[in-house]
Design a protein. Structure first.
Lengths: 379, 357
């Protein structure tokens, strides 16, 4: 029985050239390494510098400001940025999901207007999927867009919306037709300018003390007709096509890499067999996850939609990440303190406080395992 | 080898394992699987290690009680060292020659000492092992029925022979310069075990899925319960990771032999194979037994044929802790200024630095 074949990842020669370039760029960059931000810092200046190098929207065609690169080249750049703990959070959602979504389903005006600004590192996105009563059960969203003269009127609320307070646009999932027998029908996605009247954003501070996500209220928000993305009623298909991208990338197992790096540095001062063994085990897991993730990137580059493989790798990857603080803390005796001057203590505090979210954001591990179980013929 | 040839070989092996004839080992030898890694000019099938990974996976998936892995490695080892008498029918290999003394006598070599837990020691016709470090390493091949060899039978948990060979003034059949040192042979042995384990884990998964869909409790198949589904999903993710780890390990052998990439003893993929499959094996055994409940805990049921092999193989040729320590120490001994990441993902040697696109 072998349900999950992960083909040998293809190495891109161009990608390896880019790796050297990105490393040189990062070596010359002396900004804040954001050891304290597990998901990367939010730094528009850095995003613009990356954009100027052509390393955002790499897969967009050149006429939209992209580099016309393939997914494998983008993968190399992304993993290098993550490994260096570069502050990529400002542009990362647009780069990973929203840009490709507009490229695939958006209309010409949306693409012409938005994609070049994403690629320049100047235009940031948030994802309006979750609602107060719709988390894992996304098809139950209640935010509603009603057709009115010249466009749509939206009412509802979104929650856990990362960076809503500092994004230019939201990709909004909402209901455009009553719940039919097929629950996934009647959903549509819209491109929403966050400055539109009727949108209010309330901060939600997470347990790490960060203001990352928000509650977004939409009250009588008017959207022009051409804010609709793709075809009315096909929102669910759009969402699922984003998932393979969202779930399989290196950000699903490298967000705690900073702590592992600090651990390795600390170990060099304080050698022990237990430390070496722990490090070796983490490296083994990381190298296998990386191979699986690169295999998925290869499949996507070859035109497949490995949503199932992506669910599996996200489950493995996020459980690995979540386990990192539990593993590290027993080796070096350190009391974790957020923002401590000792880098390892600060990094440990950071990953302990962010670990619970790994297996929640982007699909809970229970939902992912349900997808895997279904594919095995259970249910 | 063409894809068609590879598929044919795989199909043919699958048929033999599925038929499971009483003389399985003779049938496999007759079909040439023991020499599959040798070049066609040497009577082999010329398969790569990556291809061999699939064949060994099948052996694990069928809990085949045959020394296929041992013979594949043994023949390959003898052939690489240029040991002429390649009619040697079944060569086992030992990765633990620490207690062996090789000495020159007036008329040749003598071997004394103990080879512990040689896989299939009693059924093999020859045993091969490597002594000495680096470039002075020597490959020693002994005939198992040579004078001075005595066998103390032992078993792993699955009942596979793991026999201790006592050697008393044995005249070896061959002592030749080894193609690589004992460390590399241990790594090969660990990767081979990883490939077997990947197959056995997939079988444990298959059995668990099948049973969960059949066994009815509380009026429905237990596979309808989310608690059971979630556990089996975890088993499936472990199976996938184990398979990928075994493939990465065997590809590392191919790369090493082709002179690409690192020596096998420096390869992260080689060390990771056993670490990752060993960990997956523990979880796979625990979950599959949990799914089967009491019936899986009986001797009568098939499940233990796979789980006992997994519990054995994960501790052979170095367990997770052994390889984790080796890998961790190697990384810590490396360039102290280099980040962990750049050790793990080295810049490709051919890539030009700083060249703008």
């Amino acid at each position: 029985m072998n349900n999950f074949v992960f083909p040998r990842p293809r190495q891109s020669e161009l990608g390896e050239q880019l790796r050297a370039e990105v490393r040189e760029f990062l070596d010359g960059w002396h900004g804040d390494r954001h050891a304290a931000a597990a998901f990367g810092g939010f730094d528009p200046e850095f995003s613009k510098a990356l954009g100027a190098r052509g390393w955002i929207g790499m897969g967009f065609p050149k006429r939209y400001g992209g580099g016309g690169y393939g997914l494998l080249e983008r993968y190399v750049v992304l993993e290098e940025l993550l490994a260096a703990r570069a502050p990529i959070f400002a542009h990362s959602v647009a780069d990973r999901q929203s840009g490709p979504l507009l490229l695939k389903f958006g209309n010409e005006r949306q693409r012409d207007d938005i994609l070049p600004r994403i690629a320049a590192g100047e235009c940031y996105f948030c994802i309006g999927m979750s609602e107060p009563d719709s988390g894992s059960d996304l098809a139950s969203v209640r935010t509603r867009a009603t057709k009115v003269d010249g466009g749509w009127l939206v009412n509802g609320a979104k929650i856990w919306t990362s960076s809503a307070h500092r994004s230019h646009y939201m990709i909004l999932l909402c209901r455009t037709a009553p719940v039919a027998e097929a629950r996934h029908a009647g959903l549509s996605q819209f491109l929403v300018d966050m400055k539109t009247r009727g949108i209010t954003c309330r901060p939600i501070v997470n347990i790490a003390g960060d203001h990352d996500f928000n509650e977004v209220h939409l009250q009588d928000v008017f959207l022009p007709a051409d804010a609709l993305i793709g075809v009315e009623g096909e929102g669910w298909q759009q969402v699922t096509s984003e998932l393979a991208l969202e779930r399989s990338g290196p950000e699903r197992f490298m967000s705690h890499q900073g702590a592992v790096e600090e651990f390795a540095v600390a170990l060099k001062q304080q050698r022990s067999a237990e430390g070496a063994r722990t490090l070796g085990r983490l490296v083994a897991h990381l190298s296998i996850l990386r191979r699986m993730s690169r295999s998925i990137a290869t499949m996507i580059a070859d035109g497949q939609e490995p949503a199932l493989h992506a669910a599996l790798v996200k489950d493995l990857g996020t459980c690995f990440e979540q386990d990192i603080p539990e593993t590290l803390r027993l080796v070096l005796q350190t009391e974790p303190e957020a923002g401590a001057s000792e880098a390892y203590s600060a990094a440990l505090a950071n990953v302990i406080l962010h670990a619970p979210s790994c297996t929640i954001r982007g699909g809970t591990k229970e939902v992912l395992r349900g997808i895997v179980a279904k594919s095995l013929g259970l249910r | 080898m063409s894809d068609d040839m590879r598929d044919m070989l795989h199909e043919s092996a699958l048929r033999i394992f599925a038929d499971n004839p009483p003389d399985l080992w003779a049938v496999l030898q007759g079909a040439g699987f023991d020499k599959a890694l040798l070049a066609e000019s040497k009577g082999g099938a010329g398969v790569s290690w990556a291809d061999a990974c699939g064949l060994l996976g099948l052996a694990g998936e069928h809990a085949a009680a045959v020394p296929l892995a041992e013979a594949m490695v043994g023949h390959w080892l003898a052939e690489r060292a240029g040991v002429e008498d390649a009619t040697l029918p079944t060569i086992a290999f030992s990765t633990h020659p620490e207690q062996i003394r090789l000495a020159r006598a007036r008329d040749g070599w003598r071997v004394d000492g103990t080879l512990p837990r040689v896989p299939w020691g009693r059924t093999c016709t020859h045993v091969a092992f490597i002594l000495g470090p680096g470039t002075t390493a020597q490959l020693v091949v002994l005939a198992r029925d040579a004078a001075g060899v005595s066998v103390t039978p032992g078993h792993n948990l699955a009942g596979e022979p793991r026999d201790t060979l006592l050697l008393d003034g044995v005249v070896p059949q061959a002592v030749v310069p080894a193609p690589f040192d004992a460390g590399a042979l241990l790594a090969v042995g660990a990767i081979v075990r990883s490939a077997l384990m990947a197959g056995a884990i997939e079988r444990a998964l298959g059995l668990a899925v099948e049973y969960a869909n059949l066994r009815v409790q509380f009026g429905r198949p237990i596979g309808k319960f989310q608690a059971v589904q979630q556990n089996i999903a975890v088993l499936a993710t472990q199976a996938a990771a184990a398979r990928v780890a075994a493939e990465a390990g065997t590809e590392a052998i191919d790369d090493w032999l082709a002179g690409k990439g690192e020596p096998l003893t420096q390869s992260i993929a080689a060390a990771s194979a056993k670490i990752r499959t060993g960990e997956a094996a523990g979880q796979a055994c625990a979950i599959s037994h949990q799914v089967f409940g009491a019936i899986g805990f009986t001797e009568e049921h098939d499940l233990h044929r796979f789980t006992k092999r997994l519990w054995s193989w994960r501790d052979e040729c170095g367990n997770e802790a052994y390889w984790s320590l080796a890998l961790g120490e190697r990384i810590l001994a490396g360039d102290t200024k280099q980040t962990l990441w750049r050790t793990l993902a080295p810049a490709a040697s051919g890539a030009a630095t700083g060249v703008a696109k």
